[in-house]
Design a protein around this ligand. Structure first.
Ligand SMILES: NC(=O)c1ccc[n+]([C@@H]2O[C@H](COP(=O)([O-])OP(=O)(O)OC[C@H]3O[C@@H](n4cnc5c(N)ncnc54)[C@H](O)[C@@H]3O)[C@@H](O)[C@H]2O)c1
Length: 259
């Protein structure tokens, strides 16, 4: 399976590259971190291309590289990202807003556009969304962009189904990475917050996200398209009711009998 992964030099992208390499995929890794991307590609025995996902020519070129080197593009993973613009709505400079939307959302448009063009009939496009694409759990621009990723995933899936191209997204909760270090100060702080607020009380790992990508890329997911799989230890859907049941256990006893 010829696969392009953007933002592959670090974090979730690197974990996905390692997982796909173990599964025998033929990989083209893309990133603006050339040193990190080249080192990983050398370790995995695959291709690396410098690819700034905000630059259409770079995105078109990395897709073309898969076709040139491996003869096809079977799976496109639009993963590159950053935390982007921070601050209150009255403070965010327009250029910081535009840059965030460009890295997180326009990149997914470009990756989907060029992947679909070369895939022809059949393929899998998978986008990295976020719990911030489902609920307001992140800074404004990030939240808006990731909600856009969810919308574009569903919209593109509806058009490309006729060509047998599936389009899905994975929405991770907080995963230890450079991005979460920036968001929380350090990984230990992120893990403490996650353990306290996640209904399962667990930390999501990059390798688990990679496993979800692998599932969506594989034959068991051949009837799955237009979906967003949330991997967040129960945070977005269950948090409020889970809190209720935690309290209920204190008041009523774990057997559920009032008294
Ligand atoms: N870590 C989390 O908790 C978490 C949660 C939800 C979603 N995500 C998403 O996962 C994806 C990967 O994030 P991560 O946590 O692995 O962060 P990371 O910082 O470890 O990795 C991001 C990678 O993207 C690359 N990148 C940044 N801008 C780029 C650009 N313009 N062109 C190409 N590459 C670029 C970076 O160089 C880096 O290698 C992002 O889309 C992020 O929004 C992360």
């Amino acid at each position: 399976m010829a696969t392009v992964i953007t933002g592959a030099a670090n974090g979730l992208g690197a974990a996905t590259a390692r997982r796909f390499a173990r599964l025998g995929a033929k990989l083209v890794l893309g990133d603006i971190d050339d040193a990190g991307g080249q080192a990983l590609a050398a370790a995995l025995g695959c291709e690396f291309r410098h690819c700034d996902v905000t630059n259409e020519a770079d995105v078109e070129a990395i897709v073309a590289a898969s076709v040139e080197v491996y003869g096809s593009l079977d799976c496109m993973i639009n993963n590159a990202g950053q935390l982007g613009a921070l601050g209150g709505i009255g403070e965010i400079p327009l250029d910081a807003w535009n840059r965030t939307i460009s890295v997180l959302l326009t990149s997914v448009f470009l990756g989907t556009k060029h992947a679909a063009r070369v895939m022809g009939r059949g393929g899998s496009i998978i986008n990295t969304a976020s719990v911030g694409g489902i609920a307001p759990l992140a800074p404004h621009a990030y939240t808006a962009a990731k909600h856009g990723v969810v919308g574009l995933t569903r919209s593109a899936a509806s058009e490309l189904a006729v060509d047998g191209i599936r389009v899905n997204a994975v929405a991770p909760g907080s995963v230890p990475s450079r991005m979460t270090e920036l968001a929380y100060g350090d990984v230990a702080a992120m893990e403490a917050v996650s353990k306290a607020r996640n209904p399962l009380g667990t930390i999501v790992s990059a390798d688990e996200i990679a496993g979800c990508f692998a599932y969506l890329a594989g034959p068991d997911a051949r009837n799955i398209t237009g979906q967003v799989i949330t991997v967040d230890s129960g945070l977005t859907d269950l948090r409020l009711n889970a809190d209720y049941y935690r309290k209920k256990a204190d008041y009523f006893g774990r057997d559920g009998v009032e008294g």
